[in-house]
Design a protein around this ligand. Structure first.
Ligand SMILES: [Zn+2]
Ligand SMILES: [Zn+2]
Length: 231
């Protein structure tokens, strides 16, 4: 079955994410747009995923746990997971290695952790948009080791894109899928997401994957198959 997706959406936990990008607003907007599946992918954290997953379950939207990892080279890698526990393991690893700089909410914005009723249950104090200690050379294997899929994000953008930073796409890094909005000459399966920081930027139903079922398991299996088949 065809499932329309947007696997790259930021919530109010990302300092650059809008305060109105709450779990309920994101899920409801995705449903209004006609999507079947989304992933919540905040910078270097997945702490708003449990709320988004719970809201998705209540309202009939598949929500994958995810994060947008910043490598030590400042390259953004979308990390998609089937289970939140696996994402937590990656986050714990990153937490140990990333730079510790206090967030300045007046400059960067607040980093709010919400529950499924959009109530504030925590605030991340260290700035999330910093480099981690994870090198791009290790990212694919590290994320796979935790059961996830690492996808170089917006590779057709100069800022924080793998090609923009490294100068060329290096297949030996082990990535099996890329995210981009435009054609590139990278010969790997491609997904196209919104990278929405405001709910109105969430994708229209334009991009779909073929999955066996409209479920987290079905979507994740479809992504894994794309990576394995190379198409
Ligand atoms: Zn990014
Ligand atoms: Zn992003």
């Amino acid at each position: 079955m065809k499932l329309y997706y947007d696997f790259h959406i930021h919530s109010c936990l990302s300092p650059c994410g809008d305060a109105d990008s709450t779990p309920n607003n994101i899920v409801n907007m995705a449903l209004v747009k006609g999507l079947h599946v989304i992933a919540l992918s905040d910078h270097n954290t997945g702490k708003n995923c449990p709320a988004a997953i719970a809201v998705g379950k209540k309202n009939g939207l598949v929500v994958l746990p995810a994060m947008e990892l910043t490598t030590s080279e400042d390259i953004h890698i979308l990390c998609l997971f089937e289970r939140y526990e696996d994402l937590q393991k990656l986050e714990a690893h990153i937490q140990k290695t990333r730079l510790r700089i206090k967030n300045k909410p007046e400059i960067f914005g607040r980093q709010l952790i919400l529950n499924e009723n959009d109530e504030i249950v925590g605030e991340e104090e260290d700035l999330l948009i910093v480099s981690s200690g994870v090198s791009v050379e290790d990212a694919a294997a590290l994320v796979a080791g935790f059961g996830g899929i690492a996808v170089p994000a917006h590779i057709d953008k100069q800022a924080n894109g793998l090609i923009g930073v490294l100068g060329a796409f290096d297949y030996s890094l082990g990535f099996r899928m890329v995210e981009c909005a435009h054609e590139t000459d990278v010969a790997l399966p491609r997904i196209t997401d919104s990278d929405a920081h405001y709910i109105w930027d969430i994708s229209e139903p334009e991009h779909f994957i073929e999955a066996e079922s409209c479920s987290v398991r079905g979507v994740f299996a479809a992504l894994k198959r794309m990576c394995a088949d190379g198409k």
